[in-house]
Design a protein. Structure first.
Length: 164
């Protein structure tokens, strides 16, 4: 495949992800087209067809994954911005309430906030962040009235390091 064709497959993968199409279904479609073409080409070209199919699927998946990663980064940024605005009071209450609903929060209910800092910078997915989340979740579950799991939102301070 040419560079232009591969880039077109990547762009198609991005569009599929943005539309919410499942990767499994999209790969099946690629394979179905290849099987159809296989019935019309000489058997000696089957290896070439398989190689082109592999390139096309690889490029498609690359674009799909790129779009998925971008969507996750945007969601994390929106969540961080919301929590910062909430904690620092940088937005009007009506706008905050609208944004809170997006994250499954009702600002009319009681909430508890815990802020932690450590000697090392950390982010989402770091062992320290996972440990804090696990400790908060287990404490919230044990001490909840009525007993049971509660929703917990975690945010790590991107770009911040230890306190001065």
């Amino acid at each position: 495949m040419t560079r232009t064709e591969l880039e077109a497959r990547r762009a198609e993968g991005e569009r599929a992800a943005e539309l919410g199409l499942t990767l499994r279904v999209m790969i099946r479609e690629h394979l179905a087209v290849s099987q159809e073409v296989l019935t019309r080409v000489p058997i000696q070209q089957a290896g070439s067809l398989l190689a082109v199919t592999e390139q096309a699927i690889d490029a498609f998946v690359e674009g799909y994954e790129r779009a998925q990663h971008q969507a996750v980064r945007q969601e994390e940024a929106a969540r961080r911005e919301f929590i910062d605005d909430l904690l620092y009071g940088r937005s009007d209450l009506g706008r905050l309430a609208e944004r809170a609903e997006r994250f499954g929060l009702r600002l009319s209910q009681a909430h508890a906030v815990a802020v932690a800092s450590g000697p090392e910078p950390y982010g989402d997915g770091y062992p320290v962040a996972r440990g804090i989340e696990s400790a908060v979740l287990s404490r919230r579950t044990r001490h909840a009235r009525p007993p049971g799991p509660r929703r917990t939102k975690m945010r790590t301070p991107r770009g911040r390091s230890r306190r001065p």
